[in-house]
Ligand binder design. Structure first.
Ligand SMILES: Cc1cc2nc3c(=O)[nH]c(=O)nc-3n(C[C@H](O)[C@H](O)[C@H](O)COP(=O)(O)OP(=O)(O)OC[C@H]3O[C@@H](n4cnc5c(N)ncnc54)[C@H](O)[C@@H]3O)c2cc1C
Length: 354
């Protein structure tokens, strides 16, 4: 892999492939796309790929409208095939939302979208099989349709590669390095592993270090203990990520094997005393809490941000249960302090059942 690039794109889904296409089309010479699995390894492959303009958010509608031209003239603008099929698109709402639908259609018409409001009768005439008894109005976009998400992404990427982009599959980015507020590079797992190996060698410790996304953990031999210190599980943003991790970890343990980790016990009083106040130690930073998203952003003065997503005790207990683990012990800290309702740390020790 080249050591430097003008742009490194993380993720070869439709967004990454489109970006690679447009950057190289605009003349950028060295663009590298990294994907931990491969082209279309994420949501893109699962998408129904409806191509429609009916969004309630105007910037999103504008983007969708700008993209329509590409789907309509794919061969000329990109090359290859995207599988676009124009079918028209209908948006129905309950009668109490009819006024909102009309306002939305007006907004879309202002943007330039070909769309109109149909009465229930007009909809019936357009689509005779439609049941319209519970409808008063619907929005109709004759130019919309659907595409093939894999074909679209493949065409973008192949064209980007022809224009000089490099695609590296099976490379997981584990950290983004910034300097002076600008991204100056990314750490991929092999680089992190190299550093860990060299530190282990310096300390004369014999370690078997592997590159793995914990959500995809799989071991040849079932383990007796899997341990995630440093609150590292808090880097998993969604419930789906945590659930998948717990299931993979449980599957990698031998019966009776233990899984242990620590996490913060979120406390609103502590959060409000720390929030948005600049601190110099251990490195200059400011903590911001996005309470609605259960997210803590640690904003370093050098412009980089590290985010953590907290979970409640009951959510952790739910994950333990779902994964077929049982709680063995819970501490309030690493010195085996007993857990109480006032503890600010959870240390969970669980065991695989069976
Ligand atoms: C069931 C379903 C139906 C949908 N229907 C529609 C629809 O009809 N119309 C529509 O417009 N949208 C639809 N969507 C949404 C659409 O699929 C997504 O908005 C779109 O695919 C997002 O593309 P993306 O490139 O941002 O993400 P993704 O396709 O998820 O790509 C992200 C890529 O990043 C890689 N990656 C992640 N982390 C790392 C890392 N650390 N290092 C390296 N690589 C990494 C992943 O492997 C993945 O390949 C639907 C989605 C789903 C799931």
């Amino acid at each position: 892999m080249p050591g430097t690039a003008e742009a490194i794109i993380i993720g070869a889904g439709v967004m990454g492939a489109s970006l690679a296409f447009h950057l190289t089309r605009a003349g950028m010479k060295s663009v590298t796309v990294l994907d931990k699995t491969g082209l279309c390894g994420g949501m893109t492959a699962k998408s129904g790929a409806l191509v429609r303009m009916h969004y309630t958010n105007e910037p999103e509608a504008r983007m969708a409208f700008a993209a329509l031209r590409y789907f309509q003239h794919w061969q000329d603008l990109v090359g290859g095939a995207c599988g676009f099929t124009q079918t028209g698109f209908i948006m129905t709402v309950t009668p109490d939302n009819a006024d909102r639908l009309r306002q939305n259609v007006q907004m879309l018409q202002r943007v330039g979208v070909k769309t109109s409001v149909l009465t229930a009768q007009e909809l019936r005439e357009l689509q005779p099989f439609t049941q319209v008894d519970d409808l008063t109005v619907a929005a109709y976009e004759p130019e919309s349709g659907y595409a093939d998400p894999r074909a679209t992404t493949t065409a973008f990427m192949q064209q980007a590669q022809r224009q000089g982009a490099i695609l590296r599959e099976g490379v997981a980015v584990t950290a983004i390095r910034t300097g002076g507020g600008r991204v100056i590079g990314v750490d991929t797992s092999p680089a992190m592993l190299r550093q860990a190996r060299s530190r282990a060698a310096d300390a004369d410790v014999d370690l078997d270090l592997r590159e793995v996304d914990i959500r995809d953990l799989a071991l040849e031999e079932p383990a007796g203990l899997i341990y995630c210190p440093y609150r590292s599980l808090l880097h998993l943003p969604t419930w789906a990520d945590r659930r998948r991790t717990f299931e993979r970890v449980a599957a990698a343990l031998r019966p009776g094997g233990r899984f242990a980790w620590n996490a913060i016990a979120f406390d609103y009083r502590i959060a409000s005393s720390l929030a948005d106040e600049h601190r110099a130690e251990p490195v200059p930073h400011t903590i911001h809490y996005a309470i609605g998203d259960n997210r803590i952003d640690i904003n370093l003065d050098d412009g980089s941000t590290s985010s953590l997503w907290w979970a409640t005790k009951n959510e952790w207990l739910g994950l333990i249960d779902i994964a077929g683990l049982e709680l063995e012990t819970m501490y309030g800290g690493f010195d085996r302090e007993p857990y109480t309702e006032d503890s600010t740390e959870y240390v969970f020790v669980t065991r695989r059942i069976g």
